[in-house]
Design a protein around this ligand. Sequence first.
Ligand SMILES: Nc1ncnc2c1ncn2[C@@H]1O[C@H](COP(=O)(O)OP(=O)(O)O)[C@@H](O)[C@H]1O
Ligand SMILES: [Mg+2]
Length: 497
Amino acid sequence: MFGKRSSVGDSASSRIAAAIAPAKSVAPNRESQQFNPATQGSSASGAPASSPAAQRLAAPPPPPPPPVRARSESFYTNKSTVFGAMLEAIDLAALAKVAPATAREEIREIVNEIFSIKNIVMSLSDQEDLLEDICNDVLGFGPLEPLLARDDIADIMVNGAEKTFIEVGGKIQLTNIRFRDNTQLMNICQRIVSMVGRRVDEASPICDARLLDGSRVNVIAPPLAIDGACLTIRKFKKDKLTLDQLQSFGAISKSGAELLKIIGRVRCNILISGGTGSGKTTLLNCMTNYIDADERIITCEDAAELQLQQAHVVRLETRPPSLEGSGAITMRDLVKNCLRMRPERIIVGEVRGPEAFDLLQAMNTGHDGSMGTLHANSPREALARLESMITMGGFALPVRTIREMVVSSVDIIIQAMRMRDGSRRITHITEVMGMEGDVVITQDLMVYDVVGEDENGKLIGRHRSTGIGRPRMWERARYYGEEKRLAKALDDSATDD
Ligand SMILES: Nc1ncnc2c1ncn2[C@@H]1O[C@H](COP(=O)(O)OP(=O)(O)O)[C@@H](O)[C@H]1O
Ligand SMILES: [Mg+2]
C-alpha cells in the first residue's frame, strides 16, 4: 500500500477506526476549511475517477461539461469530517509520490471506509462528488480541475481567489469557482508552474510558461497583482481547427477559403493580423496546410503552438531569461539564426518586436511564402505596426525606406477578428500593392460586411469579393499554374454566401 502512515498488512479500516475511534473531534485542517457552500464550484458529478492534475494537463480527458449543481451545507460538513479523518490515516506527502491513478484508488478506498465507520449518509452522486473534490484538492489543481477537464473552454482567467472567468464559444463568462483564499490560489499557481521547472513567488512574481500539454500559462502574483494572484491559461487544443471547419463556422466563405489555399500554395508572403484571441494562430496553422510537403519550413514561436503536418519542419522556441536574468533567447535571435539554416519558408508565431525587420528581410531574400502573425485591428494598422516595430527596434532607417521594404516583402494581409457576438471571422484578405509617394497602397480582395443582427444578438453578414479581377498576385499564380483557380475563386466570391 502506498502513502499511508501505517505499515503494510494493516487493514485500512482498522487504521481508520483507530484514527477515528478516540472520540476526538476531527481537527479542522487547511484543506477542509475552504468549502463554503456559497462559493464552491461543483465538479463533474458522478464522473469516473480520472487521472489527476499533471496527467490531466498532459492529456485532457474527454469533456464532461460539469453541471453546476448547488450543494447543501451538509455536503461541506461531511466533506470536512471525511477530510479530517482521512488526514489522520494517510500520509499526504507520500501519497503525492505514487502514481496518480493509484493515489486516487487509495483515497477512494479510505473515503469509503470512513463513510461506513462514521455512518455518513449521503446520496451516491454526492459521495462521488465528494471523492472527486477531495482528490482534486489533494492531488490536483483544486477548484480548477473541473475547468481543466473541459475541452470546450479556450481560456481560463483567475483574477484572485474570488473570481474565475472562462471563455467558451468566444464569450467570457464568470464561473462559480472560488479558491479558499489567495494562499491556496498561489499554491496552485506554484504547483502548475513547477511542473515545468519554473517558480513563482514574491521574489519572481511573473511567470510565463508552456505546460507539457502545450497550454500556455501566465501567472502574475502579488504585490504586482493587487487583488491576489492572476492566473491565465490558454488551453491547448490538440485538434486545431481546419480551414474547412472555419468555413463551416462561417469564419470564411467557400471561395474565401479557396482563395486562402491558393495564397498559401503560390508562396505569397503573408501577415495574419488580429487582436488577442481573434484566431490568428489558428489561421496561421491552417495556412501551413497548403505548403508543399517537400519544402523546408522553420517555425519560430514563443510557445510552440503550431502543428505542421509536413515532414521537413524545424521547430524553434524562444527562451525566457533564467531566474538570475540571463540566458534569454529572443525571437530576433531565432529569426536571425533561421536564415543560416537554409529555410525555404520561415514562420514566426507572433511578431512583436525588432524581429519584424529580420522577417521582412527573409521574405525579401528568397524565402517566399514566409508567414507571421501580428497584433493589429485592421490591415492598415498592421502595416503601421510593422513600421513602428522596426523603428522602435532601433534601426536608423528613414520611414520611406522601411515602407519600401514592407511593400517589397509582404504580399497579403489576412485580418482575423473576434466580433462582438463572440464569433471569429476573417474580415479582410488584402493585398499590399506598392507605394504612391510615401503612402503604402493596399487593395482588399475580400471583405466581411456586417449587415445586421438576429434576435439572439448574432451578427448577420457576408463575405464578398471587392470585384478585383486581376489581383497583384496574378503573375505569381500563373507561375504556379494556379491562375484559373484564382480567377474562379474571385468570380465565385461575388456570388456565394
Ligand atoms: N473561426 C473560429 N471559430 C471558432 N473558434 C475559433 C476560430 N478561430 C479560432 N478559434 C478558437 O479561438 C481561440 C483562440 O484562437 P487563437 O488562434 O489562439 O487566437 P490568437 O492567436 O489570435 O490569440 C482558440 O481556442 C481557437 O480554437
Ligand atoms: Mg496566438
